[in-house]
Design a binder for this molecule. Structure first.
Ligand code: URP
Ligand code: ZN
Ligand code: ZN
Length: 466
């Protein structure tokens, strides 16, 4: 099957150009001006007039079916990747979970079983490590060889995913040898638990106090600490879901020292705030960790961080729980509210609207943040994250002027609310291709469960991103 995408503007991290793209089978075969005029033929032509042709977006932080807070994140690999595709995301990297006492292999096999035959677009895995032992350290090398080269460790969630500093340091030393990457959830979990217990004892049990308990200082301290540990181990480190200036300062300072510290933020930290956690139990819809922060100065500072490349990536941390029946587990005690927000469908448009349309970042930087930088950092480039001959034909025909209103009534994520209910965004995906197949066209799903394949990823290319 040959598909010609004609008359559009190719927008990549490196620049924009008026040119056509010929897709042959699963990959990009040719790029050039007026390909039809030069005799190129195709089975189908997609007219991209007035629109951008961008590399499919990549979300390197999702949690499909994550067991957490006494329940499971609601999207499956089928529903979650389908929603991703509607939003222009053609690759996700999800977190397989090693539970305490388990081998990494057991957790990884479980995630392969959840995803295989179910995903609509391509997927990879990182590994959550909850138990660092001699055996699991040795297993890390094998996972890197199998295309699962990143490991998330936590200074938060004592008793669940938490690792003490010596475990984190040992895992970092292992990636110094095997080329993998440590991703850190950086909040001081033990101290947060002390404050949370004190608040509950004072009768402060509403969702709002989830935000109060998790002080920015706790995120700043842990971010600085794990970066220093990575420096001592002599390895790069990637901070996930960075939410606040205190943590951004730690990353900035490290990068100014020449340390290979990388970080992502998420749409919820750019568009939502601590105020959303108020309003009684409705605030539970916005409970995630780190928590939503004060708007000032955090939103503006995070955007500055994105402009200056102190932050390289925006991912979603998609971890959806229904309000009814799931978030409600925490009525009367905010500590029991499952942590996580839905978002895999809306990232691309929110960033376009709040970034490009608002004049805060260029469209090329937008593509870099949502696709190319994650591809480079997580070993997928140039197969993914590029519009280039030989790359996978993961492409989006993107209308920068179409507006749409975000709503749970129309979204495709399997969750009963939206954090952005009623918000109008400018910019939307018209046609989405995954490895050459149209999966979404003009709001209709054309894809297939099982089309999505496991991506064996290589190790990161830091030099280009440092
Ligand atoms: O609240 C969050 N972030 N839930 C998902 C788990 C994690 O820490 O990423
Ligand atoms: Zn986390
Ligand atoms: Zn997460």
């Amino acid at each position: 099957m040959r598909t010609l995408i004609a008359n559009g503007t190719i927008v990549t991290a490196d620049g924009s150009t008026e040119a056509d793209v010929l897709v042959d089978g699963e990959t990009i075969a040719q790029i050039g001006a007026d390909l039809a005029g030069t005799g190129v033929t195709a089975d189908e032509t997609i007219d991209a007039s007035g629109r951008g042709i961008i590399p499919g977006a990549i979300d390197v932080h999702t949690h499909m079916e994550l067991p957490f807070g006494g329940t499971f994140a609601k999207d499956t690999f089928e529903t979650g990747t389908r929603a991703a595709a509607f939003g222009g995301t053609t690759t996700i990297v999800d977190f397989a979970v090693q539970s305490k006492g388990q081998a990494l292999r057991t957790g990884l096999d479980a995630w392969h079983a959840k995803a295989e035959g179910n995903a609509v677009v391509d997927y990879g895995f990182h590994m959550i490590m909850s138990d660092v032992t001699d055996d699991t350290l040795a297993e890390m090398d094998q996972l890197v060889a199998e295309g699962v080269p990143d490991f998330k460790l936590f200074t938060a969630y004592p008793g669940v995913f938490y690792s003490p500093d010596d475990h984190i340091f040992r895992a970092m030393q292992q990636t110094a040898k095997n080329g993998g990457l440590i991703m850190m959830h950086a909040e001081n979990g033990p101290s947060i638990d002390v404050v949370a217990a004190q608040l509950v004892a004072e009768g402060k049990t509403d969702p709002y106090y989830h935000g109060v308990a998790r002080s920015p200082i706790f995120e700043g301290e842990a971010t600085n600490r794990v970066i220093r540990l990575a420096e001592a181990a002599g390895v790069p480190v990637y901070i996930v879901h960075l939410s606040v200036v205190d943590a951004l300062d730690a990353v900035r300072d490290a990068r100014d020292r020449g340390v290979q510290a990388f970080a992502e933020t998420c749409p919820q930290y750019l568009f939502l705030s601590l105020d959303d956690l108020g309003n009684g139990f409705e605030g539970s819809k916005f409970v995630c960790s780190p928590p939503l922060r004060e708007q000032n100065p955090n939103w503006a500072e995070l955007w500055t961080g994105l402009r200056r490349n102190d932050l390289q990536v925006v991912s979603t941390d998609h971890c959806p729980f229904d309000f009814h029946g799931q978030k409600e587990l925490g009525r009367g005690d905010f500590r029991k509210i499952p942590n996580g927000l839905p978002g895999v469908e809306d990232r691309v448009d929110l960033l376009h609207d709040g970034g490009v349309a608002a004049g805060t970042i260029s469209r090329e930087r937008w593509v870099e943040i949502i696709s190319t930088a994650p591809a480079k950092l997580f070993g997928m480039y140039p197969r993914k994250g590029a519009v280039a001959v030989g790359a996978d034909a993961d492409l989006v025909v993107y209308d920068p002027n179409r507006t749409r209103t975000i709503s749970a009534a129309s979204h495709h994520m399997d969750v009963d609310y939206s954090c952005y209910e009623g918000r109008q965004v400018r910019g939307a995906s018209d046609v989405v291709l995954s490895r050459g197949s149209v999966v979404v066209r003009d709001g209709a799903f054309m894809g297939r469960k099982g089309h999505g394949q496991f991506l064996r990823r290589g190790t990161a290319e830091y030099a280009r991103l440092a």
